[in-house]
Design a protein around this ligand. Structure first.
Ligand SMILES: Cc1ncc(COP(=O)(O)O)c(C=O)c1O
Length: 384
């Protein structure tokens, strides 16, 4: 049976119907190359710039501060590359132990092949980062700090204003992977002490393969994709016009959702789900439960259970959830994020990440809670 109830919104979100409609029109009508001099080119160029204005409005920044990319991973890679190339004599990068692979892997590459020293700050059992550790880690030799705004697995939020201020004080470039924050919390790119901020359209009911990198006015930038002069010479390649149209509209819808109290509504639903899980599955461990978190994310571990078994069982019953980052795919190893939080081994293997969106309802949460105890019981029987 195909899942009917979708609770895996941190992996990706369904395209908003309005976005799908706008993209379908754009695919047909804005087929001109935005760099062409004729009217069709002009029309496509206008669609791209309108998309940029709309994304900028969600971030509260000037539109020229945004570079469109092929998604969040590309934005992360470009921020990292731009910073290290601008600070050729600095060979240290500070990050955390719980970053998304699209930050971890480029840093691992720089460590392995270019002699960079990567300091991965630990988190506590609730997934919190101690700002004193960041302060202590910075030195003259630090090229970049890269820390995420909201964790994709646990939803744990870090205080960007505080972390960024420490970087500013020390004159260190600060990149923030805000892929999971956008559309769920207020974004104030120009007010925050950040140099780079990464976004992905598909996490906020926009299309896949489309993202953006916000660059502060003083942030050095190098194109990751080199070629012609699109995006002001900051990212080559003919623009993904329909994707940008969809991204722009998705941002506008997300802003309207937040302005209309959507965050609080989602938080009510999230709290119902979390309370329901605690109620129907005593002993369940809510990972990051003690920390400030995204309203939509519940990461829960059940002792002596198997994530794979529970996900399959839930899928058969019509619910789509995951264990950890989607990019780990079929990899059933327990999450490195939970390992960094020292979640006990006996729980780590039995983890579910349940991530909601504005399209979910109370009835769906109730339906999930009605089947969960049986799913956990069956998994425990198999596991033990
Ligand atoms: C925190 C975070 N950063 C980056 C990415 C990568 O974004 P994309 O899939 O658009 O490359 C993801 C996607 O899962 C994410 O959750």
């Amino acid at each position: 049976m195909m899942p009917k109830i979708y609770f895996d919104n941190n992996a990706t979100t369904p395209l908003a119907p309005e976005v799908a409609a706008a993209m379908a029109i754009s695919l047909k009508e804005n087929f001109g190359n935005p760099s062409s001099g004729h009217a069709l080119g002009e029309e496509a160029r206008r669609a791209v710039e309108e998309g940029r204005e709309r994304v900028a409005a969600l971030l509260h920044c000037a539109s020229e501060r945004l570079v469109f990319t092929g998604g969040g991973s590309e934005a992360n890679c470009q921020a990292i590359l731009s910073a290290v190339l601008a600070r050729p004599r600095a060979h240290k990068i500070v990050t955390s132990a719980v970053e998304h692979p699209s930050v971890q892997q480029p840093l691992n590459f720089l460590e392995k092949h270019h002699g960079y020293q990567i300091q991965r700050l630990p988190v506590d059992a609730a997934g919190r980062l101690d700002s004193a550790r960041l302060r202590a880690a910075l030195s003259e030799d630090t090229a970049l700090v890269s820390l995420m705004a909201a964790n994709n697995e646990t939803g744990v939020l870090w205080d960007l204003a505080e972390l960024g201020a420490i970087c500013r004080e020390r004159g260190v470039l600060f990149h923030c992977d805000a892929v999971q924050l956008a559309g769920k919390e207020e974004l104030r790119a120009e007010e925050w002490p950040v140099d780079y901020l990464s976004l992905a359209a598909h996490k906020l009911h926009g299309p896949k393969g489309c993202g953006a990198l916000y660059l502060a006015r003083t942030a050095p930038v190098t194109p990751l994709i080199m070629g012609a002069g699109q995006e002001g010479g900051r990212r080559a390649g003919t623009e993904n016009v329909a994707g940008i149209v969809g991204f722009g509209l998705a941002c506008e819808l997300a802003a309207a959702h937040l302005a209309g109290g959507g965050r609080e509504k989602l938080a009510v639903l999230g709290r119902k789900l979390e309370a329901g899980i605690r109620d129907c599955c005593p002993g369940a461990l809510i990972n990051g439960g003690e920390a400030p978190r995204l309203a939509n994310t519940i990461n829960v571990s059940f002792e002596y259970c198997s994530s794979a078994q529970m996900i399959q069982d839930l899928d058969d019953r019509g619910f789509a959830v995951s264990a950890h980052a989607a990019c780990h795919g079929g990899d059933l190893d327990p999450s490195p994020v939970l390992a960094a939080m020292a979640v006990p081994e006996s729980y780590r293997h039995g983890t579910l990440r349940i991530s909601l969106s504005r399209l979910n309802s109370e009835a769906e949460v109730a339906a999930f809670l009605a089947v969960l105890p049986e799913v956990v019981r069956r998994s425990r029987q198999v596991f033990v």
